[in-house]
Design a protein around this ligand. Structure first.
Ligand SMILES: [Ca+2]
Length: 254
């Protein structure tokens, strides 16, 4: 029995060697995107930018990574993702091998994964500032923003009440309306009050599009209550301006 097990392991190892010979040369996220879908390839030294579990399942999850060429989502069983992270988190770096996939327009890397290393670098992730135009159908910027941590400023929810999981919301900005999704029932934002006033929203730039050419369905995926920041009332700004004007008048008069 022990010998059989040993043989089995040897065969798996051999399979691994054979597979490694057929891995397409990649390295960067841009190279992964330009390869044919379903290609097994390497991502080298990509930065983990978000580890919030946005998959509505207790068994599978996703994370987002970026490098100098783009960002992407990595999806798999909890154990597989934990293996890739190897105890590291947001701001740290990982290298991996996986298979590319397009799921409803979202470019991803899926199992089988091979963890190829990780590094504790603790970089600070700054959200990329976006506006409503970035989310428009056939937007020229959307694919480059996909899977990035983004921030949409001065947005107001159309809906009232409480957030529910697996639900789309709309926010109105000065430059148009954007779709915001609570992608899972397991997030802390579920059952929290939908803010009535203006907010700055952080989240993941996501796509859900069931039809080729996959150039629509862009949304922000909310991850946590900490992604919602209240914007001070406009009157505060006006009061400040009035205060400065009064000070200037006094200064001139002095
Ligand atoms: Ca896409």
């Amino acid at each position: 029995m022990g010998n059989l097990f040993g043989l089995f392991r040897a065969l798996i190892a051999l399979g691994g060697c054979v597979a490694s010979l057929t891995v397409a040369s990649a390295g960067t996220i841009a190279e992964a995107r330009s390869a044919a879908l379903g290609t097994t390839l390497d991502l080298d030294n990509v930065r983990v930018i978000s580890t919030y579990d946005l998959v509505n399942s207790s068994l599978t999850r996703s994370i987002q990574v970026d490098d100098g060429t783009g960002a992407m989502t990595i999806s798999g069983d909890n154990a597989h993702i934990a293996g890739l992270l190897d105890g590291k988190g947001t701001g740290d770096r990982i290298s991996l091998r996986g298979k590319t996939q397009n799921q409803f327009g979202l470019f991803q890397m899926i199992t089988p994964f091979t963890a190829r290393g990780s590094e504790l670098t603790g970089e600070v992730i700054s959200p990329v500032s976006v506006s409503a135009a970035d989310f428009a159908d056939a937007s020229a910027t959307a694919e480059g923003l996909e899977s990035r941590v983004v921030q949409l400023r001065q947005a107001k929810f159309v809906q009232k009440g409480q957030f529910a999981g697996l639900t789309d919301y709309s926010v109105v900005t000065a430059f148009g309306t954007v779709s915001v999704r609570v992608p899972s029932n397991f997030l802390d934002v579920v059952a929290q009050a939908i803010p009535a006033g203006e907010v700055n929203l952080t989240g993941i730039f996501y796509q859900f599009d069931q039809n080729a050419p996959y150039d629509s369905g862009y949304q922000i995926y909310l991850r946590s209550t900490t992604d919602i920041e209240a914007v001070p009332e406009p009157t505060t700004g006006l009061a400040l301006l009035a205060g400065i004007a009064a000070w200037a008048r006094r200064r001139r008069a002095a």
